[in-house]
Design a protein around this ligand. Structure first.
Ligand code: GFB
Length: 312
């Protein structure tokens, strides 16, 4: 028997963001007919009483917490107060209101940056809270860890079916392409596109190119989320990744190749580099029968098409 019914009222918090948007597209593609969303102007998720009223009135049966203040390494490093306070507020309000209004299942989305800076690679779920965090995103990581712990507390104290997934670095349509606040893949795509358009000789990449990251297309994350809502009922966190990482240098070369920029790469070593490596151990979700469908190069090609259609 299916856990979710096509008529379930599914609230996707944060549907304007890259992840929420992909989730809504996927739910609609799978004929879920009762997806509930709210614009920020209609519902401020940091406002506790507004969130409580919304839940009392709309009574969702399933909730996906894809709303969060997110950003790349520089934004995380520059604005720890905002990353900590906004994320704590949003998740506290939504998770508590979900419990108080009898939500049947909630999926909280964390991040691979919750793990210690020098966690074993690939990173198993058991590495959580086993060592110090990476400084550049400590505030965001602490907020996300608090969200995980809140879901686990509701599960232990009240028997709530509130689960938490930890996605690796994500990319895809509706990503943030702002050079100051974006993650690396979107930033390098914009830089390569602009360098090509201006006929530049050089493209500046932050750091040394040595750190390694794992990249998952957001549509693959959406398919993983649906599977977890159907099949995964444990309060223990579960990683979502593709199982392969690449160096920032290799990523820059791949993006330049897709975009068609054939100038040189230059390295700005005054910029932060973050954790040296972040590759998730994905054996747990693989054992549930899920695997990603979009290879990195194809995903970058698709994202570049989206970027050209929407951002230039
Ligand atoms: O994606 P990113 O901003 O964040 O950076 P993290 C990844 C790596 O790419 C770092 C390098 O080593 C950066 O120095 N990089 C090179 C660049 N050029 C650029 C550029 O032009 N822009 C950016 N942004 N990076 C984030 C966390 O860490 O990961 C968040 O800060 C979140 O909290 C996210 O968890 C998934 O992978 O280092």
């Amino acid at each position: 028997m299916q856990f979710m019914d096509k008529t379930d009222r599914i609230f996707v918090a944060g549907h304007r963001g890259m992840v929420g948007n992909a989730l809504v597209r996927r739910l609609e593609a799978e004929a879920f007919s009762n997806v509930v969303t709210r614009e920020r102007s209609q519902l401020d998720l940091t406002d506790e009483s507004a969130v409580a009223k919304f839940f009392e009135k709309e009574r969702p049966t399933i909730v996906i917490v894809a709303a969060a203040k997110v950003g790349g390494i520089k934004a995380n490093n520059d604005y720890p107060v905002e990353f900590l306070v906004e994320n704590l507020r949003i998740q506290n309000n939504v998770i508590r209101a979900a419990h108080e209004n009898g939500v049947r299942k909630l999926l909280f989305l964390g991040s691979s940056c919750i793990y210690p800076k020098f966690a074993p690679q690939p990173i198993p779920e058991t590495a959580l809270l086993s060592g110090p965090l990476e400084q550049t995103n400590e505030a965001y990581a602490i907020a996300k860890i608090a969200g995980v712990k809140l879901c686990q507390a509701f599960s232990r104290e009240y028997g709530a079916n509130f689960i938490s997934a930890m996605p690796t670095n994500l990319y895809g349509p509706n990503d943030n392409f702002d050079l100051e606040t974006s993650h690396v893949l979107a930033a390098l795509m914009r830089k390569a596109h602009e360098a090509k358009t201006r006929n530049d000789q050089k493209l500046v990449v932050w750091g040394t190119g040595k750190p390694r990251r794992e990249f998952l297309h957001v549509d693959d994350l959406a398919s993983a989320c649906l599977l977890l809502l159907e099949k995964y009922d444990s309060p223990e966190i579960i990683n979502v990744g593709c199982g392969e990482d690449i160096s920032i240098r290799e990523l820059a070369e791949l993006i330049c190749d897709v975009v068609g920029f054939d100038g040189e790469l230059a390295w700005d070593t005054t910029k932060p580099e973050g954790t040296p490596r972040k590759l998730l151990d994905v054996s747990k979700i693989r054992a549930l029968g899920w695997k990603p469908a979009i290879p990195l190069r194809d995903g970058i090609v698709r994202t570049y098409d989206w970027f050209r259609a929407n951002c230039v």
